[in-house]
Design a protein around this ligand. Structure first.
Ligand SMILES: [Zn+2]
Length: 318
């Protein structure tokens, strides 16, 4: 009895210790920092100002110091006002920081189950690469949500570099997977026999990684072309060139299946929102709603729950 009780308590302790709370908190804090950066990215992307250079108060133009810029904390300590001129700081700043914090914190929570042991640095690098890519994707999406929602604009200065960076990420991740597999197989006594000339296993894996790279690029080109055709057919109502570029970004980052899920969700939520606007008489059939924010929401849902949705969808037909 005594030992059973002891082992129960020990297992509880291990459960608490292994609960990824520190990991999630780190993700949340990182998310709030990125939230304040992406707000600057969105504001400056719209105003045409340089992305670099220190932030200053929009009213008194006073340069802000680091302790004025701590996400959430500064806002709370300063009670939402500028330290120097006491003018109100917009509520959007803490709102964006909280939302970004929650999303990145949630990403860390989901990723924890695949966190490799610290003793496996090669696997840890791959894990970090994929995590950083997802963080980058979420950050860019949120800043484009802001610009499209505010001014119906997806600035080239944000979306074009993002398309290129996401393509580089997909390339590097696939290249790393191949290199990792090669090193792994070579270092194992039996692994050598999965390398040429003994077996085609390694070549097959290389081919499947090349295939993965091309399906992601293909999904980007596919969705971009699809949006372009829609614009030509509808003569540009509710959709613009910015959506074409956003579509390319989504496709490259998400890959074909999640891209289809994200786009379907975007059309659904966009339609429901438009009907809602008409019902509350805030809009009419002619009013234009930017489509970008719905693409962003669809992309985030697909990123977090794409596999789950796919699973449920196919179970419907069994
Ligand atoms: Zn001020």
């Amino acid at each position: 009895m005594g030992s059973a009780r002891w082992s129960l308590q020990t297992s509880h302790l291990i459960l608490i210790m292994s609960f990824p709370i520190w990991f999630i908190v780190f993700g949340f804090v990182l998310g709030t920092v990125l939230g304040s950066l992406l707000k600057v990215l969105a504001d400056r992307g719209l105003s045409g100002k340089s992305f670099f250079g220190r932030s200053c108060c929009l009213d008194c133009q006073k340069k802000l110091l680091w302790y004025d810029l701590v996400p959430l904390v500064s806002y709370i300590l300063l009670k939402g006002r500028c330290r120097y001129c006491r003018k109100k700081i917009g509520w959007e700043y803490p709102a964006v920081e909280i939302i970004s914090g929650i999303l990145i914190g949630y990403l860390f929570f989901l990723s924890y189950s695949t966190l490799p042991a610290l003793s496996d640095p090669l696997k840890l690098i791959l894990f970090s690469l994929e995590l950083v890519f997802k963080i980058f994707f979420i950050t860019v999406l949120l800043s484009l949500f802001l610009t499209d929602y505010k001014k119906m604009l997806i600035p080239d200065r944000i979306i074009l570099p993002s398309i290129i960076i996401s393509a580089i990420f997909i390339f590097v991740i696939n290249l790393y997977k191949v290199a990792y597999l090669y090193i792994y197989l070579q270092s194992h006594p039996i692994g050598k026999y999965l390398l040429p000339p003994y077996s085609s296993y390694f070549q097959d894996r290389v081919l499947s990684n090349i295939q993965d790279l091309f399906t992601h690029i293909g999904a980007g080109l596919g969705l971009g072309t699809f949006f372009l055709l829609l614009i030509l057919l509808t003569k540009g109502k509710g959709m613009g060139g910015g959506d074409v570029k956003l579509g390319m970004f989504m496709g490259i980052a998400l890959g074909p299946i999640n891209t289809i899920i994200a786009t379907t969700l975007a059309f659904f939520t966009g339609a429901i929102f438009s009907i809602f606007l008409i019902l509350v008489k805030k809009g009419s059939l002619k009013s234009v709603v930017p489509f970008g924010p719905f693409l962003v929401i669809g992309s985030l849902v697909a990123l977090f729950w794409g596999n789950w949705i796919l699973d449920k969808y196919f179970n419907l037909f069994q």
